[in-house]
Structures are given as structure tokens and as C-alpha cells.
Design a protein around this ligand. Structure first.
Ligand code: NAD
Ligand code: UDX
Length: 459
């Protein structure tokens, strides 16, 4: 069946960019993205494209091209569901913060609400596509809700996990390594494959059973995060042995069996996916009593927490064991470059640790607004909102952030950080002027020559 109307529930980092690309590549399909968050929908509809709720290189251009033609953002959820033959569920699936599985299991309440909503309003047969990342066997629950609370119509469930990375979402969507579709109904799978076929070659569209598809998403993220934790583990060993982690990464990455990607040592991985999805995997394994499997993957998170902690501990130790009353400038707040997303960013935890030691924090990030920095810190509940406000300054210019600072900590690998006038920065700082490069992006020789005391990861 050729689909004419698509509805996507969830106008977030996945729903927005993914549907924008689907709409651009399928001008004959009407794509409606719906969300309960009215403010977010209004931002997607803002005529000023700089106000879109998500920053991704290339996204604004596609929105400009498609919005109002065959791409629509709306809060009229029921109407969009009923009109569409295919409904993507792209809502958030965060780690549970309450009850059984608190701190580990994926919270599926939003998924269930979507399934119930679809069942309630649908009057014609629907293909329901799981776009959110879900624990393996979630489709069973979704199907049961749809079949038991629906209006006696047919629902086909497909799993179509999204592999885009933030900061490169549009590029990843336009040139995916593969598109994965899991399901039982060949016809439903073909309908979804046809949507992607508009730009993705058939041999890159992988068809599997639904459980393999659900589990592949968690597995992919676990493997990627595991590589970062592996190289970060080696970075600590490098610091004790005069080996250089970037050289080690290069040397092992040239082994075609290992490959060069995802071997960049850092202050620790962040983002909304890696930690959440590994925790979910660990929880699932424990549920099946597979304790060795659970322990194995849990170690990836333990290593990552260690890496974040180690970074701030090193900073404090180097600053003569106290940062109390000292100004520390954090360059970057986003969890990686080219995004305004700060979820689970290492910067949050490093700042929190330094604030516990009574540091004065100043922050500069090219894309993260001031309120977001405070919201991230307040969410931790470590201290009062007032204290965060008093001890953290968020600046619009990097030169204001570093003015009078004892140390700079580079938290995000934004390209612009490399090109700053580091001589001027040096002159504006307290001496000795320390730089802690959590991303190994600066030229060590150049920075040392200016007079900085430079510390990087694994060197
Ligand atoms: P997000 O929080 O940015 O967006 C989710 C949106 O869903 C929110 O705007 C929220 O208001 C909306 N929503 C929640 N419940 C709703 C309901 N009942 N009805 C209507 N709207 C509802 O999340 P995201 O980053 O886009 O992630 C979505 C899913 O995709 C998650 O499962 C995530 O694991 C997965 N994923 C994310 C990424 C990524 O890079 N962010 C990549 C791959 C997969
Ligand atoms: C990840 C997956 O890459 C993507 O396929 C999935 O769909 C969602 O989760 P994302 O979290 O957006 O994407 O970004 P990613 O590029 O994977 O980076 C995650 C974190 O790891 C970032 O904090 C990044 O800085 C860090 N990282 C990544 C490293 O520290 N070193 C590396 O070599 C790679």
C-alpha cells in the first residue's frame, strides 16, 4: 500500500528532523508531526527559523522547503492520527525516576499513552511504527493495547529504530548506513520501505523480525558507548605511562577489524541515549536473570561516571587542592558539538562537582541558552536554585566567561574554540592560567608556548 498521510507523535530531536527529511523526499505524502507540548509546536511553526526548538546543521533549510507544503506541526493529535494510514511513535522513553526499575528501566508511560490514544481515535486500519528506542518485546504490549482497546480495526506494528546522531542528524538521515524495519506483516514492511525508498537504496533497507529490530537499537548504542568507555579507560592508563591516547587510538583504529571511529577519548559521553539505553539493556538482562550479561554492560556506565569524576578531581588537585572561591570557566555545555541538546552532558556533572567545592562557575556555549544551564543544574537538586544562580554565571561571550578565571575547562568540542585568540585569553586570566581540555582539541605546543598550564585527556 502506498501511504498518503503520515502522522508522527513526538516533535522532538528525532521526530522533527526525521519527518522533515521524509517530507522533503516524499512530496506526495502529507506528514503531520503532533505533540502535546504546545510551546514546542509553536516554535516549530515560528516564521523566524532561528527559533526552531532544535538546532541541527541543515535542518532549517529543509523546514523552510517543506513546512506548510506537505509538512505540518500541530497539537491536534486525534485528528492527525485518524487521517493517517501510518503513525510513527517518536516520544521520549527516559529512564524511570520512580517505582520498580527506578534509575534503570525505560519509562514506557508515554508510549502506552500514545498506543491508547491511537486505539481510541482510529477508525481505519493503521500501521503503527515504533520510532522511539524501546526495550525488546515492547511491541507485544503495544499490540495488546491496540487490539484490546481499539475499535475492532487492524493494527500492524513495525519497529523502525532511528540511528541518527545529533549534530549530524540531517546528514545521517540523508545518507543512512542502513534503515532497519522489523515486523510480521510483509505488506506493512513494504509500505514503510517504500517511504524510505524515495532516497535510500533497497539494499540498505534491512528487514528483520520485530524483536531483533528492537534489540538491535539498544545493542548499537551499547556497542558505540562501549568503545568510548574503552578508549577512556585506556586514557587513564596513558596518563600513568606517558603513552598518548590519541596516538594509541590512531594505531588501533588503523586495524580494519577495529576501525577508526568512536575512539576519541573525552571527559565522558553524554546525550540522551547512551546511558539510558545501556541502563535499559542492563535492566532487561537482570530481568531474565542474566547477571553476567548485565554486569558486563553496566561497566560501560561505571567507567563513564569515573571519567567525568576523574576530570573534575584532576582539576581540583591541580589547582592546589582547592577551587573554593576560584572562577572556573566552562567552555561548552552541550553534550557534543553542533547541537543545543544538553541532556546528560558531562558539563553538568563537572559543574556540579566543582560547585560542591565552592567554585565560581562561568559558562559559555554557542547554542545553549542561559535558562537551560540553570535548569540542568536545578534538576540535580544538589543545592537551591538561588545558590546556583549566585555561583554560576552564563555569558554570551567566551571572553567574558574567561575574564579573571583561574582555569578553563573545555567541555564540548565546538570548532570555534580552536580559533579563539588564546593569547588574549591568557592575558585576561589569573596566573598560573590552567586549561583542562576535556576534548583534546587544542594544539598542546601552541598553548604551552603562550604560557598556559595545559592538561588534556590521556596525554
Ligand atoms: P524528545 O524528548 O526530544 O521528544 C519527544 C517528544 O514527545 C516531546 O516533545 C514530548 O512532548 C512528546 N510527547 C511525549 N508524550 C507524548 C504524547 N503522549 N503525545 C504527544 N506527544 C508526546 O525525545 P527525542 O530525543 O526525540 O527521542 C525520542 C525517542 O527516540 C526516544 O525513545 C529516544 O531514545 C529515541 N532516539 C533518540 C535519538 C536522539 O539522538 N535524540 C536518536 C535515536 C533514537
Ligand atoms: C548516539 C548514537 O551515535 C546514535 O546512533 C543514536 O541514534 C543516538 O545515540 P548521539 O548521542 O546523538 O548519538 O551522539 P554521539 O555522536 O553518539 O555521541 C554521544 C556522546 O559520546 C557524546 O557526548 C560524544 O561527545 C561522545 N563521544 C563520541 C566521545 O566521547 N568519543 C567518541 O569517540 C564519540
Amino acid at each position: 500500500m502506498k501511504v498518503k498521510n503520515i502522522c508522527c507523535i513526538g516533535a522532538g530531536y528525532v521526530g522533527g528532523p526525521t519527518m522533515a527529511v521524509i517530507a522533503q523526499k516524499n512530496p506526495e505524502i502529507k506528514v503531520t508531526i503532533v505533540d502535546i507540548n504546545e510551546e514546542r509546536i509553536n516554535a516549530w511553526n515560528d516564521s523566524d527559523l532561528s527559533k526552531l526548538p532544535i538546532y541541527e546543521p541543515g535542518l532549517a533549510e529543509i523546514i523552510k522547503d517543506t513546512r506548510g507544503k506537505n509538512l505540518f506541526f500541530s497539537t491536534e493529535i486525534d485528528e492527525a492520527i485518524d487521517r493517517s494510514e501510518m503513525i510513527f511513535i517518536s516520544v521520549n522513553t527516559p529512564t524511570k525516576t520512580y517505582g520498580k526499575g527506578k534509575g534503570q528501566a525505560a519509562d514506557l508511560k508515554y508510549i502506552e499513552l500514545c498506543a491508547r490514544n491511537i486505539a481510541k481515535v482510529a477508525t481505519t486500519d493503521k500501521i503503527v511504527v515504533e520510532k522511539s528506542t524501546l526495550p525488546v518485546r515492547t511491541a507485544e504490549a503495544v499490540k495488546s493495547i491496540l487490539d484490546n482497546t481499539g475499535n475492532g480495526i487492524n493494527f500492524h506494528i513495525l519497529s523502525n529504530p532511528e540511528f541518527l546522531a545529533e549534530g549530524t542528524a540531517i546528514e545521517d538521515l540523508l545518507n543512512p548506513d542502513r534503515v532497519l524495519i522489523g515486523g510480521e506483516s510483509e505488506e506493512a514492511i513494504d509500505s514503510l520501505a517504500m517511504v524510505y525508498n524515495s532516497w535510500v537504496p533497497e539494499d540498505q533497507i534491512l528487514r528483520t523480525n520485530i524483536w531483533s529490530s528492537e534489540l538491535s537499537k539498544l545493542t548499537a548504542n551499547a556497542f558505540l558507548a562501549q568503545r568510548v568507555s574503552s578508549i577512556n579507560a585506556i586514557s587513564e592508563l596513558c596518563e600513568h605511562t606517558e603513552a598518548n591516547v590519541d596516538e594509541v587510538a590512531r594505531a588501533i583504529g588503523m586495524d580494519s577489524r577495529i576501525g577508526p571511529k568512536f575512539l576519541k577519548a573525552s571527559v565522558g559521553f553524554g546525550g540522551s541515549c547512551f546511558q539510558k539505553d545501556i541502563l535499559s539493556l542492563v535492566y532487561i538482562a537482570r530481568n531474565y536473570n542474566l547477571n553476567e550479561v548485565a554486569d558486563y554492560w553496566e561497566q560501560v556506565i561505571i567507567m563513564n561516571d569515573h571519567q567525568k569524576r576523574r576530570f573534575s578531581d584532576n582539576l581540583i588537585k591541580t589547582l592546589y587542592n582547592t577551587v573554593s572561591g576560584k572562577k572556573i570557566a566552562l567552555l561548552g555545555w552541550a553534550f557534543k558539538k553542533d547541537t543545543n541538546d544538553t541532556r546528560e552532558s558531562a558539563a553538568i556533572y563537572v559543574a556540579d562537582h566543582l560547585l560542591n567545592e565552592q567554585a565560581q562557575i562561568s559558562v559559555y556555549d554557542p547554542k545553549v541558552p542561559k535558562q537551560k544551564v540553570y535548569a540542568d543544574l536545578n534538576y540535580l537538586n544538589t543545592r537551591s536554585e538561588k545558590e546556583n544562580e549566585t555561583n554560576v554565571a552564563v555569558e554570551n561571550s567566551p571572553y567574558d566567561a574567561i575574564d579573571g578565571a583561574h582555569a578553563i575547562a573545555i567541555m564540548t568540542e565546538w570548532d570555534e574554540f580552536r580559533n579563539y585568540d588564546w593569547e588574549e585569553i591568557y592575558n585576561k586570566m589569573k596566573k598560573p592560567a590552567f586549561v583542562f581540555d576535556g576534548r583534546n582539541i587544542l594544539d598542546k605546543n601552541k598553548i604551552n608556548k603562550i604560557g598556559f598550564k595545559y592538561y588534556s585527556i590521556g596525554q
